[in-house]
Design a protein around this ligand. Structure first.
Ligand code: T4K
Length: 372
């Protein structure tokens, strides 16, 4: 019989440095008394992230959502934006709150990212941009999307919230599109407590993004544009600097947990996993499994509820589809694949400190639920 966990296993667990190590960074803050507004730790982290993400420009934000909002704002867009409904609602809100109309494109069964073959059918004279999501850190078809964008003169802003450290053919995922947004939220592969960054190759965006996140202020007596307060503070930057020191180790550990899941669940009927191409360096940010009721014998929701009885708290990322929410009830969507996936997907627990023993126990539990 599979064993119930004594303490709850949640879908993720924040990566944290030792308290003592974090305190070393805090000591620097106490020395300078600079708590926010582009302080020394902030500057250091931005530089280190440019190296790690292999991109010439990184601008950090208080959270990923405001980063995405400012990335869209920086381009001064008007009209319709093609995006995916299979995401966290932040993506769609950032589009809508900029006065733009989201147009939902379906996703692919192979990796759940935007189906590039369906983009052109959604383009009209009002289309100004594409906002795809590297969902679960699975890279979109960046080449094809760029081809379409070039053909129709559209901007491409990637929601790369899940894609920290992901590479395609050795190139950082931040290389692609006009701008990309990474989330550094507590639940992400790399965290700064709350936080995020916008990355871009074209250095001309830097001035605008820095203005947008600091009330549009360019000097003590100059306010150039209308802006927000979306600055990352020094305590967040300190967490980022400390967490960045162990990021490769954490990703490696995630990989071990991820591959253990794949091996142990391979024979369970009705569970489908994504297989990415060999040219992709993954970050193993999520462990999505698609539950096919006809073969598994239970629905995704039944598995979700049964896991909770064993103290395992998976999450239905991403259900409901954004196009089915009250907030976007007025937006039409023809997205059958996204609907199919959203109704069946479940993210199993996965985090940087996860042990193989924990994964094996979860797999035993899943096998037991399937056979009951
Ligand atoms: N675009 C996409 C595609 C996104 O997924 C997100 C964020 C964004 C944009 C916006 O980025 P940010 O503005 O957030 O930087 C979580 C996160 O709050 C959210 O950041 C994330 N996506 C989304 C997918 O997941 P919830 O409501 O599921 O979080 P919560 O509080 O239920 O936490 C999940 C589990 O994580 C908990 O069961 C325990 C663990 N946890 C949570 C927190 C808050 C920790 O271990 N430590 C913590 O501090 O939204």
């Amino acid at each position: 019989m599979a064993k119930k966990f004594e303490t709850p296993i949640l879908v993720t667990k924040s990566a944290m440095p030792s308290l003592q190590h974090y305190m070393e960074y805090l000591q620097e803050i106490w020395n300078t008394r600079i708590l926010t507004n582009n302080g020394p730790l902030h500057t250091r982290l931005e530089k280190k992230l440019e190296e790690y993400l292999k991109v010439p420009n990184v601008t950090m934000f208080t959270n990923g959502h405001l980063g995405l909002d400012c990335a869209i704002r920086a381009l001064n867009l008007k009209g319709e934006v093609i995006t995916t409904p299979f995401t966290f609602v932040s993506t769609t809100h950032a589009i809508s709150m900029n006065g733009l109309k989201p147009v939902f494109c379906d996703i692919k069964m192979s990796d759940y990212t935007m189906d590039e073959s369906k983009i052109e059918g959604l383009i009209n004279e009002n289309t100004c941009a594409i906002v795809p999501v590297h969902v679960y850190g699975h890279p979109c078809n960046v080449e094809k999307i760029q081809e379409i964008a070039d053909k129709y003169h559209l901007a491409v802003i990637y929601d790369a919230a899940h894609a920290f450290g992901v590479e395609v053919d050795g190139k950082g995922i931040a290389e692609f599109g006009d701008l990309s947004m990474f989330s550094f939220h507590a639940t992400k592969v790399f965290n700064t407590i709350e936080g995020g960054a916008v990355t871009y190759r074209n250095g001309e965006y830097k001035k605008q993004l820095n203005l947008l996140k600091n009330f549009g202020i360019s000097g003590p007596e100059d306010i150039d544009i209308i802006g927000l307060n979306a600055k990352m503070n020094e305590f967040q930057a300190a967490m980022g600097l400390a967490n960045l020191e162990t990021i490769d180790e954490k990703i490696l550990n995630r990989k071990q947990a991820y591959t253990t899941y794949l091996e142990k669940l391979a024979e369970v009927p009705g569970l489908r996993f994504v297989k990415l191409a060999d040219n992709i360096t993954q970050n193993y940010s999520y462990m999505p499994v698609l539950v096919e009721e006809d073969k598994f014998g239970k629905t995704r929701d039944q598995l979700f509820d049964a896991l909770a009885e064993y103290n395992v708290f998976a999450r239905k990322y991403f259900y409901p589809l954004i196009s089915n929410t009250e907030a976007y009830a007025d937006v039409d969507a023809d997205v059958p694949v996204a609907q199919y996936v959203s109704d069946r997907i479940l993210c199993l627990p996965l985090y940087g400190d996860m042990t193989v023993a924990e994964v094996m126990q979860i797999c035993d539990i899943i096998r037991e639920i399937q056979q009951k």
